[in-house]
Write a protein that binds this ligand. Sequence first.
Ligand code: NAP
Ligand code: GDD
Length: 332
Amino acid sequence: MSKRAFITGVTGQDGSYLAELLLGKGYQVHGLVRRTSSISRSRIDHLHVDAHDPDARFFLHYGDLTDSSRLRDLFAEVEPEEVYNLGAQSHVRVSFDEPVFSVTVDALGALNVLEAVRHMKTPARFYQASSSEMYGKVAAVPQDENTPLHPRSPYACAKVYAHYQTLNYREAYGLFACSGILFNHESPRRGESFVTRKITRAAARIKLGLQNKLYLGNLDAKRDWGYAPDYVEAMWRMLQHPTADDYVVATGETHSVREFLEESFSHLGLKWSSHVEVDPSFERPSEVDILLGDPTKVREVLGWKPRVTFRELARIMVDADLEAARKEAAGL
Ligand code: NAP
Ligand code: GDD
């Protein structure tokens, strides 16, 4: 009998890669999807097979992180052995515009999942998608599992709440509950409004004459950028370890937005400074200036290390966006 996993946020960047990874390992994978007026599941369309097919191992269920009774019913019905809570309003800038919604989904939503796990006949192992944003106004460089938290956005405050509830449920109820403190990770499936994807998509479209300008906010911010398919493997490894714990997942390198621009535009023979303009509306009321993770623990305890370098990451994303821009230019 194959192992059953449940993923919230299965339609997102990480959820789609994690579903692929688990299906490749022989799991039966269940995902939570929101009802929307038009269906947008482009990241997981290739995984979907007819649920009536006797060989089907990928199943989607309507639900929402804010609907606690639905989560309880679903976990009782599916009885997953592993639950990955990846669902979130994940955009930091947007969380300043929609703080109550963001906190409801990202903080209380995580609590709803923890409660639903706690009430299972046999509680599943639980993974919480914590974030390097929790370090915010950083107390030390680099940041590791012991660095104090200083969140700088409604999103980060919500993630801190969910992070501590995960620890609390581990200590109070003995749940096998882990937090992965993941630093930024990107891919061709990254949402188009995050800075890396916004840059690679614009570079490709500028190359093909589909646009001329790119408007950005703070170019000096520094992030520890890795490759999303590498990072979902770390999530899985956390839940296979004999004991539950928290881990920083990062590359151990930091680069500015400016450096990502240079890497992406130069790959296409373009000069970024001829196309980029700063638009203050993309700046945040309070910024996280520098994130740099120390991945020693995840390397030593779980044997995980990143496989894709900063330069390779930018190139993978630019090449994928160039392919998409070619199709757009051809009207396909
Ligand atoms: P993403 O692409 O924005 O995906 C977010 C997912 O959450 C989507 O599937 C979305 O569904 C779902 N979702 C949003 N609100 C929901 C709700 N109320 N109920 C149920 N599902 C909901 O994010 P990601 O980059 O894959 O990140 C995955 C998780 O890791 C998030 O929790 C994020 O905060 C965290 N994280 C990400 C990074 C990173 O660099 N990517 C780093 C650290 C932590 P729809 O498709 O319906 O919108
Ligand atoms: N989105 C965006 N758009 N960011 C910009 C822009 C722009 O036009 N111009 C500059 N930036 C800067 C932001 O101010 C920030 O300092 C940096 O680029 C990265 O922004 P994002 O790509 O939006 O990511 P993030 O670091 O705020 O948050 C991401 O990583 C977190 C982990 O550290 C998200 O994936 C979060 O969900 C995740 O927790």
